[in-house]
Design a protein around this ligand. Structure first.
Ligand SMILES: [Zn+2]
Ligand SMILES: [Zn+2]
Length: 137
């Protein structure tokens, strides 16, 4: 799949660790969610319901000042990497200050760099885990 915002750049599959409540066991049971990351712009693609599943498992309250979102990157129009259709800006239910680029056809959505951290909240260990997950890319 190609990055919606970087023409010609391939997305790379990355496994994000998260607490998976669908796996019986103690709270910290780890699951891995496969998402597609752009190493160039730092944006992440979630297929339908993946972001909800992720936030549902790992969500914490939002930080007052998380890593800034690049507004210019956010404002760029993108095409769905699966359907090749224009993505529509929609506020995220978990943080209406953020707009994700959503595909009306497949239900996938794109978060620009910095948006996932803000969507997921201020759990620093979580942010560190994210960085660790992305640092090998
Ligand atoms: Zn990109
Ligand atoms: Zn699509």
């Amino acid at each position: 799949m190609k990055c919606p915002k970087c023409p010609g750049t391939d997305l790379e599959a990355v496994g994000l660790p998260f607490r998976d409540r669908s796996i019986p066991g103690p709270d910290e049971t780890a699951g891995t969610l496969e998402v597609d990351l752009c190493a160039s712009c730092g944006g992440v693609w979630f297929d339908k319901n993946e972001l909800d599943r992720y936030l549902d498992s790992a969500a914490k309250p939002l930080p007052p000042m998380a890593k800034a979102v690049d507004r210019a990157q956010d404002a760029k129009a993108g095409l769905c990497p699966r359907c090749n259709l224009p993505l529509a800006k929609k506020p995220l239910p978990s943080n209406p200050l953020l707009s994700a680029d959503c595909c009306a056809k497949c239900g996938g959505l794109w978060l620009d760099a910095g948006e996932l951290e803000r969507a997921a909240g201020k759990d620093l260990p979580f942010a560190e885990r994210l960085k660790a997950a992305f640092s090998g890319v």
